[in-house]
Design a protein around this ligand. Structure first.
Ligand SMILES: Cc1ncc(COP(=O)(O)O)c(C=O)c1O
Ligand SMILES: [Zn+2]
Length: 399
């Protein structure tokens, strides 16, 4: 059973009943799911023992009420690997990576799509529409197909090729847009109004974040309820970092962690698109739109996020920080991680590696403490990003 009770607006505190499909609050703010945590006192972490190793093991704290509505492809419970060789190089005693590239559709977007599509099916919605940088589209098209829900997906024409194919092969209508995810979002907004599609853009519906927050539950459970000291997250719309922070607060209320030690949340962006970093450095509560966003890390090319104030809140409340890295550094870090650890991580995940290196150099990281990097997707989805040529790939019949 689920302890989901109602929706609320973190901007103006207005509440909404849970059974009517809704996008944003009247004030324009995003809506979040609230749980009846008094009765959730009966939900103990010991109850998790023996449950299937996927994100639905936390089903009491997820918004789907009838398990029959769950649409799953095995998402979640991804492994946490220690990064011994990379850690040694950086002088860190305890470095690890949660590899979200092992999710169905090759990215952590599967979690948001699983929760979102399941709840949308429960609410009886038949047609959805969204803009995407690529991976979310692939995930929502796939989970949508599995649920029999039609998806309309708009994405930048230069999104990673495989993500376009993923959407098309799963039967979604795909619209390639000359521009970035914000331009794609405008088109989807118009289409949704015109054709009555339900919009599932980042934080324009309350359920995607509920799937993403399971990363927070897993990190704690997999680390035996002893949180890492730092969590690095490549930030676009920011749903992951907001979600993990929400999960940590929920687990504190559930009595699963004492809350004395919380991870410092580190938000990582690209130098060519760093609205959150800029707002953080200026001490602002909201971020202004970034003009002409540009980076090879497609998933974090988000010029303006609806949940910017929640990302900034998570960074500040946790004592974390925000930092930007360059595309050149990202490419080098992809190679370095593959060569030292055998992990072909995505450019967004590699941005974390660069950010960590910089923060170690600055003396911001205590090198004896536990650092967790989230690799949000599989590097193999970005075949164009590291495009090797002669002499590394030499055509030959013999040596
Ligand atoms: C691989 C990858 N990492 C990170 C992100 C950023 O996620 P969010 O928008 O939740 O901040 C995305 C979003 O598309 C992504 O595809
Ligand atoms: Zn509001």
């Amino acid at each position: 059973m689920s302890y989901f009770s109602h929706l609320y607006c973190p901007k103006c505190s207005e509440t909404y009943e849970k059974n009517r499909p809704v996008n944003l609050c009247k004030c324009g703010g995003p809506l979040l799911a609230s749980y009846n945590l008094k009765s959730a006192g009966e939900f103990k972490k010991e109850d998790l023992k023996g449950r299937p190793e996927n994100m639905w093991r936390y089903r009491e704290m997820l918004p789907v009420e009838d398990p029959k509505n769950i649409v799953s492809l095995g998402e979640g419970y991804t492994p946490i690997f220690s990064l011994k060789r990379l850690g040694e190089k950086l002088g860190l005693e305890n470095l690890c990576c949660k590899d979200e590239g092992l999710n169905p559709t090759g990215s952590f977007k599967a979690r948001g799509a699983a929760a979102g599509i399941s709840r949308i099916r429960e609410l009886g919605i038949k047609e959805i529409a969204m803009p995407t940088a690529g991976n979310a589209g692939g995930a929502w098209a796939s989970f949508g197909a599995r649920a029999g829900i039609k998806a309309h997906i708009a994405m930048p024409a230069d999104a990673p090729e495989i993500t376009k194919t993923e959407c098309a092969v799963a039967g979604a209508s795909v619209y390639l847009v000359n521009g970035n995810i914000a331009d794609a979002g405008k088109i989807i907004g118009e289409g949704a109004k015109k054709y009555g599609w339900f919009e599932v853009s980042t934080l324009k519906e309350p359920y995607r974040i509920e799937g993403k927050k399971t990363m927070g539950y897993e990190i704690l459970e997999q680390m035996n309820w002893d949180p890492p000291d730092y969590i690095f997250y490549p930030t676009g719309g920011g749903v992951g970092i907001i979600g993990i922070w929400k999960a940590i607060k929920e687990m504190e209320e559930l009595g699963w962690i004492d809350g004395k030690k919380k991870p410092k949340m580190v938000s990582v962006q690209a130098e060519g698109c760093a609205p959150i970093v800029r707002a953080y450095e200026r001490g602002e509560s909201f971020a202004t739109e970034w003009t002409e966003p540009e980076t090879i890390a497609a998933g974090i090319r988000v010029p303006k996020a609806l949940g910017d104030f929640l990302v900034l809140e998570a960074i500040r409340d946790s004592g974390g920080t925000a930092i930007a890295v360059s595309d050149g550094e990202i490419k080098k870090a992809m190679e370095e991680t593959a060569r030292l650890e055998g992990m072909f991580i995505c450019p967004e995940g590699a941005a974390n590696v660069v950010a960590l290196e910089k923060l170690v150099e600055r003396g911001w990281i205590n090198t004896q403490e536990k650092v967790l990097l989230l690799n949000t997707g599989a590097g193999i989805k970005y075949s164009q990003t590291l495009n090797y040529d002669f002499p590394l790939l030499e055509k030959t019949d013999r040596l």
